[in-house]
Design a protein around this ligand. Structure first.
Ligand SMILES: Nc1ncnc2c1ncn2[C@@H]1O[C@H](COP(=O)(O)OP(=O)(O)OP(=O)(O)O)[C@@H](O)[C@H]1O
Length: 226
């Protein structure tokens, strides 16, 4: 199989605002280890698109296939299993649990899934991400960039096949943003994890294999290499 995820003719209208087509009919394929960067203005539909691909928002029309499975035709439990075991998520707001230590935050997704094969240990990931000295601290004692590293470790701990990152540098200064993008793309490339990133700042990405712009719900291909 040449893809991990394939979306066919997906489009989206929200029930609360049915006259607006937030995502116009779109085809999209995610291949192993490839990097996809999607840029666009606020409100153009990027997060909606990412949520549909990541199994979090059912499209109004069209299908999303994870391998041979039509994701939204599976029952809730099966969908949750694929999201938990095969996908990782990184958000603008980090979404760490303040009451837990860094180590506990990183390990959290493992509680909900079958033990993954070839999993890296918390220590290995923390070393690669430069947060080893913070493992026993609570996240609020860390800088924004450090918290996002913790979130990246949490996304990678399950050995996912795809990471979906929604504005991962949206809360970070320019210098820290660059470091976060570099570490995220390096780890995904090394581990052959596909990466789909929504951003306002495409210039942070030096070597995306594929670049798109979203404009009023229409996805435009800038270039595709993989
Ligand atoms: N749950 C929802 N219900 C109704 N409308 C929504 C919902 N979520 C998003 N929208 C609308 O869909 C459009 C696209 O929103 P979306 O969040 O996908 O854009 P975006 O490009 O990611 O924006 P941003 O960069 O600000 O996050 C916007 O007009 C938004 O108001």
């Amino acid at each position: 199989m040449s893809y991990i995820i394939r979306a066919t003719d997906i489009s989206k209208k929200y029930n609360s605002n049915y006259h607006q087509t937030v995502l116009k009919p779109t085809q999209f394929t995610i291949k192993k280890g490839a990097i996809y960067v999607i840029e666009g203005k606020s409100g153009s539909g990027k997060s909606t698109f990412l949520s549909i691909l990541g199994g979090m928002e059912k499209p109004t029309q069209g299908k999303v296939f994870y391998k041979n499975y039509s994701l939204y035709d599976l029952d809730d439990k099966e969908q949750a299993k694929i999201r938990g075991e095969k996908f990782g998520f990184v958000f603008q707001s980090f979404q760490l649990i303040p009451e837990l230590t860094v180590k506990e935050n990183i390990k959290l997704p493992l509680q909900f899934i079958d033990p993954p094969k070839n999993k890296k240990s918390v220590k290995e990931l923390a070393e690669e991400l430069g947060i080893i000295s913070h493992l026993n601290k609570k996240p609020t004692f860390l800088s924004g960039g450090e918290q996002q590293r913790v979130a990246i470790a949490r996304a990678l701990i399950t050995s996912p096949e795809v990471i979906f990152a929604d504005e991962p540098t949206g809360n970070l200064d320019q210098f820290t943003s660059k470091i976060i993008v570099d570490v995220l793309t390096k780890l995904c490339t090394e581990q052959q994890v596909s990466l789909v990133v929504v951003t306002h700042e495409k210039n942070l990405f030096h070597h995306p294999h594929n670049l798109y712009t979203m404009q009023d719900g229409k996805l435009k291909v800038e270039f595709e290499n993989v």
